[in-house]
Design a protein. Sequence first.
Length: 158
Amino acid sequence: MDGITRQYMYGSTPWMVGKILLQQRSKNKDVFPLLWDVSVAGHIGAGENIKISAVREIEEEIGLSIQPVALQKIGIYKSEHKHSDTLIDCEYHHTFIAELKIPLHALQKQESEVESFKLISIDQFKNEITEVLKNNYVPHETAYYNTICTEIMKRLHQ
């Protein structure tokens, strides 16, 4: 099984409070092209510290430098997905959340990974992953997404 880091960035400043940053995967990706997904995700390098991997991926994919202490781990989730007979992903997702403290226009997307960004309210996100728009997102269990939303809301109300 591969190790993956998944980072969800959420707004905590007045103009973004209660919103979650999503990325649309590049049209050139082998799996799930053009679907919306977590703010940032990537493979953990051999022998690499998990938080350092997460920080590296954030900087690579959205051009944001953060300190490892800014990441709040919310769990490890097992994921298996069969894309084809020759491509099966079996991964452990080390999942973090962190505050996004800069405006959307200040982010710099990695063209090979990211097609676009959007900030949407957590309520809208929860509706989209359970309704008709669900097919616009990388498939994950609804319970997984609900856990992410719950953890973000907890942080916002502390």
